[in-house]
Design a protein around this ligand. Structure first.
Ligand SMILES: [Zn+2]
Length: 99
């Protein structure tokens, strides 16, 4: 999967940027972030191609969680990230990525 420069989530257009030093600049060391007010998703450029897709999925779930007030905890979002990534990967839905 090629990471797009923008993605529509629930009808809102989120911009997606892959930037250097994101995790180093954050107290929690997160490799991705999602701001549902600014409609931005940031991904750290130290991630390899497969990790980028996985963290991208995570941040999409974060956006959905905020938008629909699902109240999911971070660990639940991480489980969904892992499970969805595996489905996409095992079924060869991540065209263009090394799976
Ligand atoms: Zn998270």
């Amino acid at each position: 999967m090629k990471i797009p420069s923008s993605v529509k989530i629930g009808g809102l257009l989120y911009t997606v940027d892959i930037i250097p030093g994101l995790s180093a600049a954050r107290e929690d060391g997160a490799l991705g972030s999602c701001d549902s007010n600014l409609c931005t998703i940031l991904l750290d450029n130290i991630l390899n191609e497969d990790q980028l897709v996985s963290v991208f999925i995570h941040e999409i779930i974060e956006a959905i969680n905020a938008m629909y007030e699902l109240g999911l905890e971070h660990r639940q979002i991480t489980s969904l990230e892992t499970a969805l990534y595996q489905v996409f990967s095992d079924n060869k839905l991540l065209k263009g990525s090394k799976t």
